[in-house]
Design a protein around this ligand. Structure first.
Ligand SMILES: Cc1ncc(COP(=O)(O)O)c(C=O)c1O
Length: 481
């Protein structure tokens, strides 16, 4: 229903809900009295009372005798969390569909509701300040930035990236950093460095489909390790796999994994490192979401712990500043010579001008302000999307509780085929990521057939609200045809 067709009390209720969603009134805060709100909005007392009672019924406000109305301490989500899937301890080649490409194509079509790819909206990224930085870089020393950088990448940028590690209490040297074309090239170079065709790589289950795509292209086999939406990797299952000597390397998220949004505790990370050291198996960690935490402190990546010499760290600014700049990086000491061989063979060096502009941008306080802003937007989007799912999706739907980032993982009632829903949704101008793309071989092992990942990377608007409503209805119809 559009805002113009609403009754006045509904408009007022929406206005107050928006203020709460935007953080103007936090949980437990007292909201304006009925008398004040009537005066501010030129409404009758009965209209205001109707609005407040509606919000009370929805659990958004609570009234306290002789005191007024307060923002309720409601649990933001009453839905159960997704179940942990068991795996068969069998390595498999990746045989996934071309849905990945289809999703990427729709991600640049502005007519589609943007729930598919994990790409934050361009409005949320740091375009304004970066535009100035790149114009400055071209103006001041353009000719110099028209030639290759040193092979590891622009030193100014590597120093700025090294500075980021102070946030988790480490002091990485710029000499241990290599700039890459996004996190994708970082992962690709790391994999080429420590594996050969036919090797088996242990991954989380479900796994980000871009990683599966890479493993497929490199002719590597995948062994999925059961991964819980709260606690992360099943270390007993990992030990069993390591013990059977099947694994050449592990490829795990550092924090806020894609798609579950889960962050493992420090204790769990230490346990995993101890196991990998015991079996002398290297770890490639993907920390692309690490700066998007919702909690108080930045989660530590694996390289921040002792005994992490055999870890290759990969990340990029694609989820925080500018995916289009294609700036990622690798951190390693032990594997640096082979990493450099592979980086040179893959792309010689990354573009210079964008590196210089990014270094300039990072040298201001802009990045920390940007992170604070987008973390708040993403947390709000995740909260709103979760409530919309609660409202519109059929009973039995389960949803993740991400520890950061902007992705929600849904497990729908078993009768619902996510892939059929995907095709149906495309016809209605809605794109999402069906669960099957997070499996290496869905033809054989379709454990995520009734799952989907929704992106909350765009500020909430009517198009998104409508898209969730439509998806929920389609899911309900598929459950009870
Ligand atoms: C977990 C993860 N790793 C890597 C990437 C790819 O990053 P980039 O765009 O920097 O290559 C993505 C993009 O969605 C991702 O979600």
């Amino acid at each position: 229903m559009s805002e113009t067709t609403l009754y006045n009390y509904e408009k007022l209720a929406n206005f107050i809900t928006n203020l709460i969603d935007d953080g103007v009134y936090v949980k437990g805060a007292r909201i304006p009295s009925l008398r004040q709100i009537c005066k501010q909005h030129k409404l009758s007392l009965s209209t205001a009372m109707q609005a407040y009672h509606l919000l009370e019924d929805k659990g958004i406000l609570e009234s306290r005798v002789k005191s007024g109305f307060y923002v309720a301490n409601r649990p933001s989500n009453t839905l159960a969390t997704p179940t942990t899937k068991s795996t068969n301890n069998q390595a498999t080649l990746v045989n996934n569909s071309d849905i990945f490409l289809e999703m990427l194509e729709h991600s640049s079509n502005l007519d589609f509701a943007p729930l598919g790819c994990a790409i934050p909206s361009a409005d949320i990224m740091a375009a304004g300040k970066l535009n100035k930085a790149i114009a400055r870089a071209a103006r001041v020393n353009g000719a110099q930035h028209n030639i290759y950088t040193v092979p590891k990448g622009d030193l100014g940028l590597r120093k700025q990236i090294a500075r980021q590690s102070l946030k988790w209490g480490q002091n990485i040297s710029p000499e241990d950093i290599v700039i890459t074309c996004g996190c994708t090239e970082a992962l690709s170079v790391a994999l080429k460095t420590i594996t050969k065709i036919g090797d088996t790589i242990a991954v989380e289950c479900p796994t980000y489909f871009g990683q599966l795509q890479l493993l497929k292209a490199l002719g590597l086999k995948v062994l999925e390790i059961p991964t819980d939406a709260h606690n992360g990797i099943d270390t007993a299952a990992l030990e069993t796999a390591l013990n059977s000597k099947k694994i050449s390397a592990c490829l795990f998220s550092s924090s806020i994994n894609n798609p579950l949004g889960m962050t493992m505790s420090d204790a769990k990370k230490l346990q995993i490192l101890a196991l990998l050291n015991q079996y002398d198996v290297p770890l490639i960690e993907d920390d692309i979401m690490g700066d998007l935490y919702f909690g108080e402190t930045r989660p530590k990546p694996f390289i921040a712990f002792e005994n992490s010499d055999n870890v290759i760290y990969c990340s990029s600014f694609s989820k925080t500043i500018a995916p289009g700049y294609r700036i990622g990086w690798i951190v390693t000491k032990q594997h640096m010579p082979q990493i450099m061989d592979n980086k040179l063979a893959t792309s010689l060096s990354s573009p210079t001008l964008t590196q210089v502009a990014m270094a300039d941008y990072l040298s201001s306080s802009g990045y920390e302000n940007q992170l604070r802003r987008i973390r708040r937007i993403f947390a709000n989007n995740v909260d709103r999307m979760t409530r919309a799912i609660e409202q519109y999706f059929p009973a039995g739907t389960r949803v993740s509780r991400p520890s950061g980032g902007f992705l929600l993982w849904l497990e729908l009632p078993y009768q619902i085929d996510g892939k059929a829903l995907f095709k149906q949704a495309l016809d209605k101008g809605i794109c999402f990521a069906p669960g099957t793309v997070f499996s290496p071989n869905p033809e054989v092992d379709n454990r995520f057939a009734n799952c989907m990942r929704l992106s909350c990377g765009h500020e909430w608007n009517e198009q998104i609200d409508k898209a969730i409503q439509t998806l929920g209805k389609m899911a309900a119809d598929a459950k009870n045809p």
